[in-house]
Ligand binder design. Sequence first.
Ligand SMILES: CC(C)(COP(=O)(O)OP(=O)(O)OC[C@H]1O[C@@H](n2cnc3c(N)ncnc32)[C@H](O)[C@@H]1OP(=O)(O)O)[C@@H](O)C(=O)NCCC(=O)NCCS
Length: 164
Amino acid sequence: MSIDAFHPEAFTGGAIPVRLDADDLPVLMAFERRANDDAWSEALLEAALRDDGYAVWGIRSAEDSTLWAVAILAYLPFDAELQSICVLPDARRQGLAWKMLGWVMRCARAQGAERLLLELRESNLAARRLYERAGFRIDGQRRGYYRRDDGRGEDALLMSRDLV
Ligand SMILES: CC(C)(COP(=O)(O)OP(=O)(O)OC[C@H]1O[C@@H](n2cnc3c(N)ncnc32)[C@H](O)[C@@H]1OP(=O)(O)O)[C@@H](O)C(=O)NCCC(=O)NCCS
């Protein structure tokens, strides 16, 4: 699939991603606590908001500043890495992650990235379907990389797609 198929005009429905900055740390932390089982710490979120090597994107409610969806992108010398993408539980299955993924692919390409990399828990079927539908392919795995609630390890899948 071409990245141009993700042009915002084709699927906005009103909510355009905005780049978050350090002033957004409280609302971003609130979002992480509500939405992300693997929530980032305050220190990591603040570093991502302040570091030029990262871009943190949010889709907000039109009525207030509540975040519905967040993506954290890290820029590497030739690639970009999607370090997090997450949607509020009540706002899932409405196309927000699809829209956000398209947005970050276009941003990464505009910054010169040739590939977008990511990793996910092997058991995360929702994320895996999302990425496969968007043209990502599995490059490899990291055995036992994630810790499960029962203390055992879970494999990470490494995925990527070309942006050029
Ligand atoms: C994974 C996640 C980001 C998807 O967000 P979403 O906004 O609900 O996804 P979308 O509505 O944009 O769905 C786009 C496509 O992804 C796939 N998908 C999303 N959720 C799915 C689910 N629960 N089961 C199966 N496929 C799913 C489908 O292919 C879907 O297309 P379709 O609706 O036409 O079938 C969301 O479930 C989430 O925030 N999970 C917790 C955080 C997380 O796991 N992030 C990924 C870490 S690697």
